[in-house]
Design a protein around this ligand. Sequence first.
Ligand SMILES: NC(=O)c1ccc[n+]([C@@H]2O[C@H](COP(=O)([O-])OP(=O)(O)OC[C@H]3O[C@@H](n4cnc5c(N)ncnc54)[C@H](O)[C@@H]3O)[C@@H](O)[C@H]2O)c1
Length: 331
Amino acid sequence: MIYLINTRQDMINQKILITGAAGFIGSSLADDLLAKGFSIMGIDNFDSFYTRDIKETNISNALKHNLYSFQEGDIRDMEFLNSCFSGFRPDIVIHLAAKAGVRPSIKNPASYYDVNVNGTLNMLEAMRKNKIGRMLFASSSSVYGNNKKIPFAESDNVDFPVSPYAASKKACELLCHTYHHLFDMDIFCLRFFTVYGPRQRPDLAINKFTRALLNDEPITLFGDGSTSRDYTHISDILQGIGQAMENLKGFGIFNLGESNAISLKELVALLENSTGKKADIKYLPMQDGDVLRTFADISRAKSVLGYNPVVNIADGISNYVEWVRVNNRNF
Ligand SMILES: NC(=O)c1ccc[n+]([C@@H]2O[C@H](COP(=O)([O-])OP(=O)(O)OC[C@H]3O[C@@H](n4cnc5c(N)ncnc54)[C@H](O)[C@@H]3O)[C@@H](O)[C@H]2O)c1
């Protein structure tokens, strides 16, 4: 499962430090960059949001690669970060480590702030101290809250987040801009729109629904099924990250989505089609913190980065269900 996107030859020998490297996006990115010839240091603390087993499986191939090193540790630990930065001296830091997930952030906002905001501040400080000046930061479509204007553009007001998770991502974007301004760091904030595909996090709808369907269990829909999302395939996210690495200069915020939203009901229909099963749907009220819709305006990423997402949702879902089956991931 490696997505090879063309990369400029002069970048190939660069050293890339990835935080959150054992997670869904981080481990997929590490495999992709290793296959292109980059040297990678991965950092992760195996946060208990989901099981260590899944994360260890995610990095099992990378660990065999001679251009890969992995350090288990916490981005809130400055001594740990200093030793990683001073030893490895990355050309670019790709900061993906975070407590992800909207709903749990309402139950435990302090821990979300601690990891996401203090952790990001620590990263920026460690970079400044070690004279490392280039970073991509994983932001989120959730910063748009319940904005009415569709599609969401980077120039829209994002002062009204509706979950602590979203607020923490917005706070991180502000810190990124501050460090760019004060210390001339090159930083791009990439707003990912619901990412799916092989290794997707177990708390996310596509993963949960697929497992339920394959195991003949009911699925729970929050709301009436009309909420909609712009689902982005992991290979398109990796394409966008690669292009952001090549164009990283100054400060920028970019939406990375497919620019095509579908409703929850339409999503279930696609999953039924790919699994060959009929969903037994239990409806529950919408959850606090959930947004009604997401839909990315990707014209900035297209024109500045050359981003061009290509995986339509029907193909992406059928490819994902196949991956779950082949890898026995329906547990
Ligand atoms: N998956 C999506 O749909 C999506 C959408 C928008 C934004 N994002 C952002 O992209 C990034 C990656 O998301 P993902 O879906 O791969 O999540 P993930 O949970 O699979 O990966 C995050 C990784 O960060 C690690 N981590 C957590 N706290 C840490 C700490 N204190 N120190 C070191 N490592 C720590 C976790 O162990 C995990 O492996 C996150 O910042 C997330 O907020 C994801």
